[in-house]
Design a protein around this ligand. Structure first.
Ligand SMILES: Cc1ncc(COP(=O)(O)O)c(C=O)c1O
Length: 408
């Protein structure tokens, strides 16, 4: 998705423009901008890539340095929403304000103030209630496979007027509205950016998966057969309402026409016990508000679950002699992963030993090469926690690290 933004903005850059990013980035939010610099240089357009650092002890982004790099030549400010190595979540509101007050004049959009602000949400969206209007970002990119959903499906939010001003990045298929010899019209948003035949299966599976995840976050899933009939109807009814909210397009829509016979039956039973919850489904606006509210509630619950597990892992791992943790110690400042090293042991060997004990751990630079280089590390080991992990599993992982540390 960062490539989409890069390719679609490629022709707008002017000589002397710059891009401001950070050392916290995953390679996929550094390499496209590095490549762009080279592509434009070959056309005689020189742009600068400025990279803000971070505190080596806490992993916190140096926002003052970032602010000092942004000026009236900054076309784009881009940062990760959560580092996939240090876990750190930068203050996106503040960075957005810095970007938008740069004084840069976007060449194709007179009405827009300042530099564009692109957030890499790959590690943020899966475990945080993200509100693009609150962050006031111009773009937010993420991948669904980081949420336990299918590979090859990603999301890009962009402000409408910004997307309208941009070039398509691929040509053909759905991005076409009309073709005559010598005259082609491009389609409206969002199809302008959906060239070719889409990954229909992947997208359909992602839609169902998101519903499942939101239902999980809301606590609507349960083990069948262990509860009373009215409780079952209430839980399954809430699941159905969530599915409808997550899968019904905007605007006027005949809700019950989408349902199977079994769902219609459940719908009627649920209507008898909770009619108010179904009432909102008939008004397009109320449905939109209800969707926002369930997503916020579910994602907040998922975030709190992750924070609980991450804090427990930080507290326990930091007591093991020889373990060095990277990133903030407060789980509220970070996403649900923790990278560490063990004195006197190669990261490859540590990960291998953990895997042998049944603990899934990843090692290497995790594609966060810049931050590893800044800390003079050739790799670390990373544990990640998500909605399906339990405190027992955290304890098991910590016990395994402790055992390996003692046996060195
Ligand atoms: C912070 C961050 N950004 C970007 C990516 C890249 O995602 P994808 O490979 O889906 O483009 C990752 C994946 O590891 C990531 O953690």
């Amino acid at each position: 998705m960062m490539n989409l933004v890069m390719r679609s903005l490629e022709n707008e850059f002017r000589n002397g423009d710059n891009i401001v990013t950070t050392l916290l980035e995953h390679n996929s939010n550094y390499v496209p901008w590095y490549a762009l610099q080279n592509i434009l240089a070959r056309r005689g357009i020189d742009i600068e890539l400025r990279v803000a650092g971070f505190d080596p002890l806490t992993g916190e982004l140096d926002i003052d340095q970032l602010a000092s790099m942004v000026d009236s030549k900054t076309k784009l400010v881009t940062t990760t929403g959560a580092s996939n190595f240090l876990g750190y979540k930068p203050d996106l509101n503040r960075i957005g304000d810095i970007a938008h007050s740069s004084g840069y004049q976007q060449p194709r959009l007179d009405s827009f103030r300042g530099s564009y602000f692109l957030v890499d949400g790959a590690q943020l969206v899966p475990g945080t209630p993200v509100d693009v209007q609150k962050i006031n970002c111009d773009f937010l990119a993420w991948s669904f496979h980081k949420m336990g959903l299918p590979l090859g499906v990603g999301g890009l939010y962009g402000k409408k007027e910004v997307l309208e001003s941009m070039d398509p990045f691929l040509y053909g298929g759905d991005m076409i509205s009309d073709v005559k010899l010598g005259k082609v019209e491009y389609n409206d948003l969002p199809w302008k950016f959906t060239a070719g035949t889409p990954n229909i299966l992947g997208i359909a599976a992602t839609g169902r998966g998101i519903s499942y995840m939101i239902n999980m976050g809301l606590g609507n899933l349960f083990i069948k057969g262990k509860i009373s009939e009215p409780e079952r109807i209430a839980k399954e009814g809430r699941q159905l309402v969530t599915d409808i909210l997550m899968n019904t397009p905007r605007g006027d829509f005949e809700i019950t026409k989408q349902l199977t016979d079994a769902e219609n039956n459940l719908y009627d039973q649920f209507e008898e016990i909770d009619p108010d919850r179904l009432e909102v489904l008939y008004d397009a606006n109320e449905r939109l508000m209800a969707t926002r509210s369930v997503v916020t509630e579910a994602m907040t619950n998922i975030m709190q679950h992750e924070e609980k597990l991450t804090q427990a892992a930080i507290d326990s791992l930091s007591k093991i002699p020889g373990v060095k943790l990277y990133g903030p110690r407060n789980a509220e400042q970070r996403s649900g992963l923790i990278a560490f090293s063990l004195e006197g042991m190669q990261h490859q060997n540590l990960a291998f030993e953990l895997n042998r004990k049944g603990i899934e751990a990843r090692n290497g630079t995790h594609c966060a090469s810049l931050a590893h280089e800044a800390l003079e590390l050739d790799g670390t080991v990373r544990l990640s926690f998500y909605v399906y992990n339990s405190m027992d599993e955290v304890e098991k992982a910590v016990a395994a690290v402790d055992e390996i540390a003692k046996g060195r």
